[in-house]
Design a protein. Structure first.
Length: 213
């Protein structure tokens, strides 16, 4: 397969980024949206617990609190509530903007590949002023679909599912420990590089990108 870095006039390198707990600290916003959902439905949801295990698709989390037959409808309602309750409280994680900017400054392309509903993912980036293309509703190995489509040679994420997606796509897996998985878990899953946070990414990328290009 021809990658973007091999096409004349294409970006020298394409880097994929996960969204939740990689680029953004989505815990405050997701907690607020789940609290609102709980109030509307009358169903108890431990939102403090919910935000300790971000990464997998929304339906998997809702299945802990709602019967199987109600999950799809409840997920639609959560996504409808999300823009009002989850966007404003959600900050960028330290180093997020600088990391995306480092890719673009090197002539590369930044692509966000996330399990989140794509329109809501775009709202986060617009709100925070982070410029990147977005592909949503892809989790774990399925993220390879977008990574291959964009010719991404690096995928940055915080979850072992992100590592698996990178491996399937043949991309270098760069993991950060800002999410629910610690360094040992990420390395055991096959991460090639483990950083404490995205604050370390620009310096790492500055050393890696020229050789990759």
């Amino acid at each position: 397969m021809t990658t973007a870095s091999h096409v004349p006039g294409a970006p020298t390198i394409t880097v994929g980024f996960d969204l939740d707990m990689t680029l953004i600290d989505s815990r405050p916003g997701i907690k607020a949206a789940f609290d609102r959902l709980s109030a509307e439905t009358g169903v108890f949801i431990d939102s403090e617990l919910v935000v300790t295990r971000l990464g997998p698709p929304l339906d998997q989390e809702l299945a802990h609190w709602f019967p199987a037959g109600a999950v799809a409808e409840t997920a639609d309602r959560f996504r409808a509530l999300y823009p009002e309750y989850a966007i404003a409280p959600t900050p960028a994680l330290p180093g997020a903007r600088a990391s995306v900017d480092a890719v673009r400054a090197a002539g590369g392309r930044a692509v966000v590949v996330t399990a989140k509903y794509e329109p809501n993912a775009k709202l986060h980036l617009d709100h925070l002023g982070i410029e990147a293309e977005v592909r949503g509703w892809l989790w774990a190995e399925a993220k390879a679909e977008a990574l291959l489509e964009y010719g991404a040679s690096i995928y940055v994420g915080d979850h072992t599912g992100d590592v698996r997606g990178a491996r399937v796509a043949g991309a270098l897996s760069v993991a950060v420990t800002t999410g629910p998985c610690d360094a040992a878990e990420l390395r055991a899953a096959g991460a090639d590089v483990v950083l404490d946070s995205l604050t370390e990414f620009p310096a790492w990328f500055a050393g890696y990108a020229p050789a990759a290009a």
